[in-house]
Design a protein around this ligand. Sequence first.
Ligand SMILES: *Cc1c(COP(=O)(O)O)cnc(C)c1O
Length: 450
Amino acid sequence: MAQSRPSPRAWFESIRDPGERHGLDEVVYSDRSGGLLQVVHDMDALAQKSADEWKALFELRARRNEWPYGSGVWGKKEWVLPDIENENVVSMYEGHTNLFWAERYGREIGLEDLWLKLCGNSHTGSFKDLGMTVLVSQVKQMIAQGVSIPAVACASTGDTSAALAAYAAAAGIPAIVFLPRGKISLAQLIQPVANGAIVFALDTDFDGCMEIVKQVSANDGVYLANSMNSLRVEGQKTVGIEIAQQLDWSMPDWLVIPGGNLGNVSALAKGLDMLFALGMISKRPRICVGQAEAANPLYLAYQRDFEVFEPIAARQTVASAIQIGNPVSYEKAVDALRRYDGVVEQASESEIMEECARADRTGLFNCPHTGVALVALRKLQARGLVQKGDQVVVISTAHGLKFVDSKLAYHSMRLEGIVSEHPNPPIELEASYAKVRDRMKHEIDRRFGG
Ligand SMILES: *Cc1c(COP(=O)(O)O)cnc(C)c1O
């Protein structure tokens, strides 16, 4: 094992058996019993700085040019990957995404203090950049130390592969991606193609791609970039820290997040845990995970108080990035939900598209996964769990531009089984001033008239 320092400030630890530890520069994805690992930090070392000192440091670094600290992830480097050399960091200045005050949408649905964390306003258009910068940086450091890694690979529902391809291309490391053929959007497919990754479109679903990538990593030394590799969680956990920072180091009443493989909700909670441990925040928010009804194993388990978990065969959903029946991070997610008084809701295909469209009318441009979270929020309201004055932050996971196929189908009223309550197809008309004027007046009246 190539050990960079005698006493590392962060390491892999088995969740089941904290006695089992590995260096972050070891090629290891699970513990000896096949369970998940997590990255554990030397919290005593971090506690050498006071809460106020950390806040001041994070604020000083934000968006500045001193490499690599201007990134939302690397501005928190000591909390993320403390033992990485700055020269090995592969960053595209990810993070620091807009916390959007959804004033008009909030007013329409009866909430005064609703925010969307727009994680899709990022280099490859989804929150996956936050985790991938950490994983690819660690790989670059391992290669620099002489570890033999021929390529980095992932199975993906579209966004992980886009992020892996971009960061690997920036670092000059070969990337291989396994995608379920015909099940991801065109925009997602073209990203790894353009970035020069080796792209396999396999006749299976995400879970089938996962089986293949596990074999390639076990047999051929290819480094696994899926979220069972807990390095990615370290970058993704900065989303909760950033939300705290953007709310002047406070927490909302609720955080609502869509979930598929469930790495992201685990990461969100882990970031909050560190904020509490280091005295940076005091209020505990509640967390709600939204799932698509077509891919709802967590929701089903929640219905039975998490006493039993059964993987399912995920059915097709417009929220293609969460079409996952056997989530890798199920156990971590259940832990996270227990710590944050969690709730799980689900959204039907029609609910997802209608809520996306409704919110888009107020200036947002939601991906279907964000739509799942918005539907979950509406259900929390209906159950009386979220009240008018509550502060709510919805994690928007990707940019809507990656999912124009389903949006276009919705507005052209071509989505099977969906009514399209808010369609807005382009008006095709002869290029005549008189006809345009009449139609224009009619449309203004119809939409904004009394
Ligand atoms: C990956 C992804 C998710 C789900 O995150 P998990 O960690 O798999 O739960 C949600 N939305 C988008 C857009 C994603 O790319």
